[in-house]
Design a protein around this ligand. Structure first.
Ligand SMILES: Cc1cc2nc3c(=O)[nH]c(=O)nc-3n(C[C@H](O)[C@H](O)[C@H](O)COP(=O)(O)OP(=O)(O)OC[C@H]3O[C@@H](n4cnc5c(N)ncnc54)[C@H](O)[C@@H]3O)c2cc1C
Length: 469
């Protein structure tokens, strides 16, 4: 019997009385995208929405330039705000615009590669899921990947997207060079040697300095990875967290609210024979946890007993495959997310408060909380700068439920630790608070001002974030 069947049977046994909840968990407060309208020139205007549906905008035009010359022309003349979009997987309002929405899907694919330096030049609009087979084909691999592979390269580096591993940096830390088309239509190549100040700003730049058309990545030789996931008592995983991080190439932990077991995932290089991953069970498991919440949020003790029963006999899962089929998973249950990056020593004190607050005040929560580590780097807006290794805590809220009260309840926990929010995930920090947490904040704003003095790439969200009226 698998995890899912166990949960179903446990719930069915315990709730023969049929105790479905009637709380909509704030569904009625969710913002609603407008219906398609017609613009002044008679053109149909279709709203754009992000992956979770929480962010939206009605661009007056959507453009898909075919090359850098066309893009440069668009940058000079198109109505602003000009907002580049990748896969729309950010939870914050980085992309919405009532001006010009730009897709870089024509800037996609492997442009060149060098086996001696293990580098590859790729189109900035390439999806991570396409990067995998392309690099593998030429004997290369990304050093690390996030949870999913739907993002584009430019979108991922633009918000400091990361995976997990004490020796593994966020994706932008592997960028050796990139090309930017600025709002004035200039084409700037930058790297540590060429335009280094622009390079340091552009790696994590929230699409605010220009449009990235290509980038060169420092890769590693292609390899096979072994993924092992298992459940263990949460207190044991907390006690052993540092050791598990140091013993494994990549390690993360998922705390399951109202369960005394947590899930651990370790990924390591291997020469073992291939053993592809079985069907993804995480999406079903999350919906089962939701069902249990719907029926039993009023009785946390019973919910915990059932979750403990359902997870008790979970057999560890192992898979061996090429790197790009091991790192990412599928995330079909949609959600909104808040993730904070913290100094390593703050991780467990902060996490213990998060856990205590969820179990005392948020009986409605069911999504697992994800805990990861990331190697530091020095990009101007990298949330990982200043620390050899940072840690992160990510909380999620089902997309049909209001995320704001839950996130507002947890966000203050991170402030005494000077936590830095993930740029693509929800938070409420002001530009003054961010400035205090980023030693090179003013340097970044100076580069932005020099490249986009008229603020053509600033939508209202970015203006507020950067403190620009
Ligand atoms: C299901 C899910 C799982 C996720 N897992 C992880 C994870 O494991 N780790 C993690 O760190 N994050 C994760 N994220 C967050 C996600 O990786 C980031 O929000 C990322 O930025 C999304 O990439 P995108 O291609 O969708 O970019 P978008 O969200 O479309 O854009 C992101 C930013 O990049 C800019 N941009 C896009 N293209 C360009 C370009 N060509 N030039 C300049 N700027 C550009 C946009 O203007 C915007 O500011 C996850 C998100 C979801 C929905």
């Amino acid at each position: 019997m698998n995890r899912r069947d166990l949960l179903i049977s446990s719930v069915a046994a315990a709730t023969g009385v049929g105790l479905a909840g009637c709380d909509d968990h704030g569904a009625s407060k969710l913002p609603q995208a407008p219906a398609p309208t017609t613009g002044p020139d008679g053109k149909r205007l279709i709203p754009w929405q992000n992956w979770s549906g929480y962010q939206f905008g009605v661009p007056v035009q959507r453009l898909v330039p075919k090359d850098e010359a066309e893009l440069s022309d668009i940058m000079r003349h198109a109505p602003g705000p000009i907002r580049p979009v990748g896969a729309g997987h950010s939870f914050t309002a980085l992309v919405p615009t009532d001006g010009t929405l730009l897709s870089l899907r024509n800037f996609s694919g492997l442009l060149s590669h060098d086996q001696d330096s293990m580098t590859a030049r790729l189109g900035a609009g390439t999806r991570l899921g396409d990067v995998g087979p392309m690099l593998d084909e030429v004997g290369q691999a990304l050093a690390n990947m996030p949870d999913i592979d739907s993002q584009t390269l430019a979108g991922a580096i633009g918000t400091a997207t990361h995976g997990t591993g004490a020796g593994l940096g966020a994706l932008h830390s592997y960028v050796k060079a990139l090309r930017l088309v600025t709002p004035r239509g200039e084409i700037i190549d930058c790297s540590a040697e060429q335009n280094p100040e622009v390079f340091s700003a552009a790696k994590v730049s929230l699409g605010s300095l220009g449009v990235i058309t290509q980038m060169t990545l420092q890769n590693v030789p292609t390899h096979r990875l072994k993924r092992r996931s298992w459940l263990a008592p949460i207190d044991e995983l907390i006690d052993n967290f540092d050791q598990l991080v140091s013993e494994n190439h990549s390690f993360e932990m998922y705390y399951i609210p109202f369960c005394s077991q947590a899930m651990a995932v370790a990924i390591n290089p291997t020469d073992e024979p291939m053993q592809p991953r079985g069907p993804e069970q995480d999406n079903d498991a999350v919906m089962q946890m939701k069902q249990l919440r719907d029926w039993l949020s009023w009785w946390p003790g019973m919910r915990q007993r059932l979750l403990d029963m359902a997870t008790r006999d979970f057999e560890p899962e192992e898979a061996v495959d090429v790197w790009y089929r091991i790192f990412p998973s599928s995330r079909e249950v949609r959600f909104n997310e808040m993730e904070y990056h913290l100094p390593s020593e703050a991780l467990m004190p902060a996490f213990k408060q998060v856990r205590e607050r969820i179990e005392s005040q948020h009986h409605e929560e069911f999504f697992p909380v994800e805990i990861r580590v990331v190697r530091g780097d020095d990009a101007m807006l990298s949330p990982f700068q200043g620390h050899a290794v940072s840690s992160s805590i990510a909380v999620h809220r089902y997309h049909k439920e209001d995320p704001l009260p839950y996130f507002a309840s947890l966000e203050p926990i991170y402030q005494p630790y000077e936590g830095r929010p993930h740029w693509g995930k929800m938070h409420t920090l002001s530009s003054a608070q961010l400035a205090a947490r980023y030693p090179r904040w003013k340097d970044f704003l100076a580069v932005r001002e020099a490249l986009d003095p008229d603020g053509r790439m600033l939508n209202p969200y970015l203006r507020q974030l950067f403190g620009i009226s």
